[in-house]
Design a protein around this ligand. Structure first.
Ligand code: SF4
Length: 278
């Protein structure tokens, strides 16, 4: 059994990895600024309670984070498709391209290697500091843009709704490393969540300014069917002391407007360009 097979077959209590053969690597994208979408993984071990992807992929939200499908043949297909499919590639448009399995499986890295050879332009979004492993490849690309998502600078707060993702302290270091390497970098500040994002807004703003990132995209939480209840359960289990406060604000439009206005003003004062998501 190869190392790769051994990793896929492991049984260590972490999300199960399911080997998947895909038929196409690149698909058309309707997202603004993107021509093509590339997703080496379906489903996501970061297991964010508020994730919108299960609604897109028609996965039962309560099963989200329990398994990951790895498209093991995607680098080979991509190499074949790149000469005839041109345009900006969105890497990880549905689920995170740097979730934990990527450290072993290297599917995202091997896709980037193919894109370097083809002279492709890429934009990717992740919650993982693992992306800095691939700075060498990103720096060689004709055009590369990396977005790092976070909605608080406090590790313990992030863990309430993002139990499988690296903590924001690591993500902020990754932002700084990308900026220092000259990679086009932005922070996706979202979703804004009561008792998470607003717990220490000035700390969050200062952390972002310290990274020297020039651009932040901000977005509020948009509740989907059943999401409020799942978030209530996660908050009850992981941070019961803040449950009442969270519950009173989670669907209050004024909360989101006030926080976003404050963030925009403070970040702009710190020299960061702030834009609304989508
Ligand atoms: S990292 Fe992104 S794709 Fe993965 S669970 Fe969280 S929100 Fe969903």
């Amino acid at each position: 059994m190869s190392d790769l097979d051994a990793y896929i077959e492991r049984d260590d209590g972490l999300p199960k990895i399911i080997r998947k053969e895909c038929f196409t690597a690149l698909s058309p994208s309707r997202l603004p600024g993107l021509d093509l979408a590339l997703n080496p993984y379906t489903r996501c071990a970061h297991a964010c309670t508020y994730c919108y992807a299960p609604y897109i992929m028609r996965v039962a939200p309560k099963e989200w984070g329990m398994s990951v499908q790895a498209k093991i043949n995607i680098p080979r297909l991509l190499a074949r498709e790149l000469p005839r499919k041109r345009g900006v590639v969105g890497l990880g448009t549905v689920t995170d391209p740097y979730q934990p399995a990527e450290a072993e499986l290297l599917l995202t890295r091997r896709c980037l290697e193919e894109m370097v050879k083809a002279g492709s332009s890429v934009t990717l979004l992740t919650k993982s500091n693992l992306v800095i492993r691939d700075i060498d490849l990103l720096a060689k690309m004709a055009s590369a843009e990396v977005g790092i998502t976070l909605n608080t600078s406090i590790d313990a707060r992030a863990a309430v709704f993002e139990p499988g993702a690296p903590p924001p302290s690591k993500r902020l270091k990754a932002v700084r490393a990308l900026v220092d390497a000259g990679i086009g970098t932005y922070v996706f500040l979202g979703p804004v969540i009561p008792t998470i994002t607003d717990h220490d807004l000035d700390g969050l703003v200062n952390s972002l300014i310290e990274t020297r990132v020039r651009s932040v995209m901000v977005d509020r939480l948009n509740l989907r069917p059943g999401m409020r209840e799942r978030m209530r359960v996660a908050m009850t289990e992981r941070s019961p002391s803040t449950f009442d406060e969270f519950d009173s604000m989670v669907d209050d439009d004024r909360f989101y407007n006030d926080v976003i206005i404050y963030l925009k003003r403070s970040l702009t004062d710190g020299g960061i360009v702030v834009v609304d998501a989508f």
